[in-house]
Design a binder for this molecule. Structure first.
Ligand code: ADP
Ligand code: MG
Length: 312
């Protein structure tokens, strides 16, 4: 099977509403919503770095798009389309069919059509660029947190990292517990409805890809504020809650790969009900830096750092 047959077979579908031209020409042609702003983000997944070579290809297709949609969600954007740049070591049709199935399922569920891309031979590498829209001035940014705002997080944290530790052999879980954690790691659900519902309510937002310490840190830096974070308030699964305290803190604070949304909002703000649990985890303060405390307000010396590809 050649490059163009492969594209036609797995990645080309009739253009949908809002897309004049999709896959198949030199460029895609999109119809902008009058007055809206474009929001654009890219994320690359490299084998061995971001995923294990043994991962189910359908889950990989899902996750490659999910991590990108999570950036749109964090900004409160409505998805409009995405491109897929794919390097494949060889044409493995069973792998491609499964990968495409996972990818399209999330694309359809998110009303985010595949509009183009590039395909080349090489070490397995998946780079997606997502395009979204938001009304002018309504994109949620990292820079808007104000002193006194409460800090909230969606869903639960830490399970993806817990599953990674099982693969690394530092944690043992029984079958059902491991399956649950593994779904968190391999099939994160981007919080698109929540992000859009937070337009005009949240003062700042970020998605948790590298761990709460680092990602909340981005809000603090961009907003030039500090914060107090209650580590005991961080929402966690029963499986994670059964682990030793040191494992829990590592997974919750420095885990990453959660793809939940951290946002700040004024005290008393009416938070949207999108079916996703929201938990208050701290407060924005004037004094710079992040102070991690326990439920009694005592300082927690965690000694942890968030993930950074170029720091060991
Ligand atoms: P060009 O050489 O003009 O850049 P390509 O030959 O790379 O075009 O791609 C042909 C068409 O297929 C283009 O519309 C491109 O966007 C699309 N395409 C290529 N690879 C993919 C892919 N992995 N997923 C979706 N569309 C793709
Ligand atoms: Mg090309």
């Amino acid at each position: 099977m050649g490059e163009f047959d492969l594209i036609r077979r797995y990645f080309q579908r009739p253009a949908t509403a809002g897309v004049d031209v999709g896959v198949g020409d030199d460029c895609a042609v999109l119809v902008p919503t009058p007055g809206a702003r474009w929001l654009v983000s890219s994320d690359m997944l490299v084998e061995g770095r971001h995923f294990l070579s043994t991962v189910d290809p359908a889950r990989l297709g899902h996750k490659a798009l999910a991590v990108n949609l999570s950036d749109l969600a964090a900004c409160g954007a409505t998805p409009r389309g995405f491109t897929l740049a794919l390097a494949l070591p060889r044409v493995d049709e069973a792998w491609l069919a499964s990968f495409a199935r996972g990818l399209w399922a999330l694309a359809d569920a998110s009303a985010c059509p595949l509009i183009g891309g590039d395909t080349t031979q090489g070490p397995l590498n998946i780079c997606i660029t997502v395009f979204g829209e938001a009304p002018p001035g309504q994109a949620l940014l990292r820079s808007g947190a104000r002193v006194g705002d409460e800090i909230w997080v969606s869903g639960r944290l830490g399970d993806a990292r817990l599953a990674l530790e099982v693969f690394r052999g530092t944690v043992a879980l029984d079958g059902a517990a491991f399956d649950g954690a593994r779904v968190a790691m391999e099939c994160p659900m981007p919080r698109l409805a929540l992000g859009q519902a937070l337009r005009g309510i949240a003062t700042a937002a970020v998605d948790v890809s590298d761990g709460v310490l680092g990602d909340l840190g981005h809000i603090l830096e961009a907003s030039r504020v500090g914060a107090r974070l209650d580590v005991d308030a961080l929402p966690r699964s029963a499986v994670l809650a059964a682990q030793p305290a040191v494992v829990q803190r590592e997974c919750l604070l420095a885990g990453g790969d959660d793809y939940e949304i951290i946002f700040t909002a004024p005290v008393g703000a009416r938070l949207p009900d999108t079916g996703v649990a929201l938990t208050r985890i701290g407060v924005i303060e004037a004094h710079p830096g992040l102070r991690v405390v326990d439920a009694h307000g005592a300082a927690v010396d965690h000694g942890l750092r968030s993930f950074d590809h170029f720091k060991s």
